[in-house]
Design a protein around this ligand. Structure first.
Ligand code: KIV
Length: 271
């Protein structure tokens, strides 16, 4: 990608054009200012302030415990860093399921308090009224179908979704509903690649996959997983681009050794 192309600020309109041009969209999660600043410079198109912060930032085993206030804290930091990428913020569990007014209120708080450009929400037909209400306030919405981690206690496992025909049909229907409602994109998580391709071709809005194969409009990964900071999570779809756990471990071990041996600080490192 040329520097000029990289410099163009990403809007939902730009993402739509990318789908029309068959240009892949790169999306990653971000939770803090310093890392988001690096990501933004690389040409990542979408920074997702994901509720996976509940796992990788806070150490919870699911995404359920993270609160709206905590998501807003992370999002504010990411927005301060993003000059080019579109910042999308997850509506956390418990901030929208009550009714469409609750969903709207939470989305307004995210937009007002963080300066982000859009919200993401898990679910299809069952939350369509909420999606319509958020959209009617002028807030761009990204859908999330397939494996929706906030429903883990209903699913019981994190395995591939929509393998049977009933669930695949619901997913096809939900994707169309989200498109018709006016969502600007959909995240499709952990579904068979063939189904993801079919859904991607059936809608005009970008479909971003995670564990959904290559025939979608873009890809998203959880940053801490793809950098190899987390070690315990190893699904088949995850490509690790680094073993940052090892790098950080090595650097910190050296620091501890230097402090204990009185090597740090030396004369040049003092006043
Ligand atoms: O919270 C998150 O990180 C996500 C991605 C897995 C898409 O929703």
């Amino acid at each position: 990608m040329s520097n000029k192309e990289k410099a163009k600020v990403v809007t939902t309109h730009v993402l739509h054009e990318m789908k029309l041009r068959n240009e892949k969209i790169a999306m990653l999660t971000a939770y803090d200012y310093s890392i988001a600043k690096i990501l933004d410079k690389t040409g990542v198109d979408i920074l997702l302030v994901g509720d996976s912060a509940s796992n990788v930032m806070a150490g919870h085993t699911t995404t359920l415990p993270i609160t709206l206030n905590e998501m807003i804290y992370h999002a504010k930091s990411v927005v301060r860093a993003a000059q080019r990428a579109l910042v999308v913020v997850d509506l956390p569990f418990g901030s929208y399921q009550g009714n469409s007014l609750e969903a709207l209120g939470s989305s307004i708080r995210i937009m007002k308090e963080t300066g982000a450009s859009a919200v993401k929400i898990e679910g299809g037909e069952e939350i369509i009224e909420s999606i319509q209400r958020i959209l009617s306030a002028g807030i761009p919405v990204m859908g999330h179908l397939g494996l929706t981690p906030q429903s883990i206690h209903k699913f019981g496992t994190y395995t591939v979704r929509a393998k049977d025909e009933d669930e695949a049909n619901k997913l096809r229907k939900d994707a169309k509903l989200l498109e018709e409602a006016g969502c600007f994109g959909i995240v499709l998580e952990k579904v068979p690649a063939k189904l993801a391709k079919e859904v991607t071709e059936s809608v005009k809005i970008p479909v971003i996959g995670i564990g959904a194969g290559n025939d979608v409009d873009g890809q998203v990964l959880v940053l801490y997983d793809m950098l190899g900071i987390t070690q315990e999570f190893s699904p088949r779809f995850l490509r690790r681009y680094h073993n940052l756990y090892q790098e950080i471990y090595g650097a910190i071990s050296n620091y501890v050794e230097d402090v204990k041996s009185r090597d740090f600080p030396n004369e040049r490192e003092q006043y």
